[in-house]
Structures are given as C-alpha cells and as structure tokens.
Design a protein around this ligand. Structure first.
Ligand code: SF4
Ligand code: SF4
Length: 289
C-alpha cells in the first residue's frame, strides 16, 4: 500500500483540484483523506454519503462541582490563567486545561471534561472510502486530528486491501502540514508560478527534506509566468525533487469546482489532458519505490 500526500506551500494553488482529479483517475482500490481540516473542501467535489460520524476531542476543560465545593478559594489562587471567577465558575475560554486546580482541590470537586474540537467521518464515495473531518469554530489541535485521520485511513486501507492512500494535505509548512506528511512515502507539491508560490514551495520542500521524504513538484497555471515556472523546474532538478509537469491555465477548472466535479471528469480541455498525463507519471514513480 502506498501513501501519497498532495500539499502546497501556500493556499490557492489548485491542490484540491489535483487531489480530486487523482481520486477520479485512480482505478485501483484506494482510501481518500481530506487532511486540510482547517478548510476541508474535498467533500464538495467528491460527495460523501452514509457517513459514520465520531467526535474528536482534544484537551480538557475544568468544571467545578458546586455540591462538593467548600469555597476555600485554592483553585482561584492556583490558576495561572485567571480562569476561575470569584463565585467559583470556570470560564471555558480562559481555561487552558492544565489540570492544576483539579490536582490541588482538597474536596476533589473539579473534574476535567474532554473538550470536543470537531467531528471526523468515514464516508462512502463513488471513488472509494473517504476519511474527512470538520473542526468546530475555534477548534484546536488540527495536527492531532490529521494524525488521527491518517491512522484511521491506514486501518481502512488494510481492511480493504487498498493499493493507495491519497491525501489532500493542508497548505503551508506549520503543524498541520507536518502532521500530514510525517512518515509518508511520497509528497507531491502543487505550486503556482508567482514569487510567493515559489518561495512557499521551497519552504515545503525543505520540510520534506528535513523529514527525508521524496518530493515531486508540479506547477499549476504555468503559462501565467513561464519565467518563474522555468526557475521552479530548475530548482526541482537541482534539489533532487522530481519535476512532474506543468498544468496550463484552464478556466474549466473553476467551472468544474462550481459544478462539484473534478476537472478531469468535467472537462476534456488542455488542463485536464495534462493532469491525466501527470497522474500517470506520478503513479509510475510511486510504484517504482
Ligand atoms: S479548590 Fe475545590 S473546594 Fe476549593 S474553591 Fe476550588 S473547587 Fe471549591
Ligand atoms: S485547568 Fe488550569 S487553566 Fe483551567 S481552571 Fe484549572 S487551573 Fe485554571
């Protein structure tokens, strides 16, 4: 079983278009993961059904049991975050869940309640099982949630004897991106030919190098700036990344998304054609290693 994570140094490069298209093009058994949990949108193109829903909890919040509390004030004194009011109520927003009040309360009147920060789903789609999630507003720990989704995807892939796990990763190079690629087999970086796109792609490549993950690179909308595209290809060749191709600007792509379709199923235009040949190259490369 091979795992491919599709990431981008920055948002808006067309990563999800590529992920959804690969999901449609892959005829082998596979598990799809939307690991862009802060802005999940793969489900808008690959529609899930029959979703099994579970809660994702991360961290705890203190809760004072008034029946047990003798109002000694020790918890207020010990809380470094000033999260407990003078009338012994914990402010959920200020509480950091450190557990100090729970430890010090002489009456064992403080419980630490697991906090739900989102939901995650195992869904059926016409491209196979999809594992995805929805963080609550202000929900934290997306890195932990991504880890969880990847583990669940692996279990599902083993159970179904799937050949691939295709992951639509988060943009950027922070904790969510790191969680989505740590220990994976292959990363595909989707970039665009702008200065910021190039700069952020280098940061993503550096992160992959640090984690010793082989990298493939593609440029979306390459014809918007051929010069920067050439520089990106040159950089890929010199930095031991595999340059897999250039996708031309194609206004069928946004139209496909508006129609809830992957570009390769919506259009037979130039962009979709190139995407198909890039997919073949990527899969061939993955299967070599
Ligand atoms: S430490 Fe325990 S008993 Fe004392 S005020 Fe806080 S909750 Fe009440
Ligand atoms: S868990 Fe920590 S932050 Fe929350 S109320 Fe208790 S001491 Fe304060």
């Amino acid at each position: 079983m091979k795992e491919l994570v599709i990431i981008s140094g920055k948002g808006g490069t067309g990563k999800t278009c590529v992920s959804a298209s690969f999901a449609k093009l892959c005829n082998d058994r596979k598990i799809l993961v939307d690991a862009d949990v802060d802005a999940a949108n793969l489900h808008l193109i690959i529609e899930p059904s029959d979703s099994e829903e579970s809660s994702f909890t991360s961290g705890v919040k203190a809760l004072i049991n008034k029946d047990k509390c003798i109002e000694c004030g020790l918890c207020i004194e010990r809380c470094e975050f000033d999260a407990i009011s003078d009338d012994f109520v914990v402010n959920e927003i200020d509480c950091e869940g450190c557990g100090v009040c729970h430890e010090f309360c002489p009456e064992k009147a403080i419980d630490l309640i697991p906090e739900e920060s989102g939901k995650w789903f195992v869904s059926k789609t016409d491209s196979g099982t999809m594992i995805h999630a929805k963080l609550n507003i202000g929900g934290e720990n997306s890195g932990l949630l991504i880890n969880h989704l990847r583990k669940r995807a692996k279990q599902e892939a083993e159970a179904q004897n799937a050949s691939y796990i295709l992951i639509d990763g988060p943009p950027g190079t922070g904790c969510p991106a790191t969680s989505s690629i740590t220990g994976t087999d292959h990363v595909l970086i989707v970039t665009e030919p702008t200065k910021s796109g190039f700069h952020d792609m280098i940061k993503a490549k550096d992160l992959c190098d640090f984690l010793k993950i082989p990298v493939m690179i593609i440029v979306n909308k390459f014809d918007l700036n051929q010069d920067i595209t050439d520089q990106i290809e040159d950089y890929a060749n010199k930095s031991n990344a595999l340059f897999m191709g250039r996708i031309p600007f194609d206004d069928d792509f946004p139209r496909a998304i508006m129609n809830k379709k992957a570009p390769v199923e919506y259009s037979s235009g130039k962009g979709a054609d190139v995407l198909k040949s890039i997919y073949e190259k990527v899969i061939e490369n993955i299967n070599k290693h």
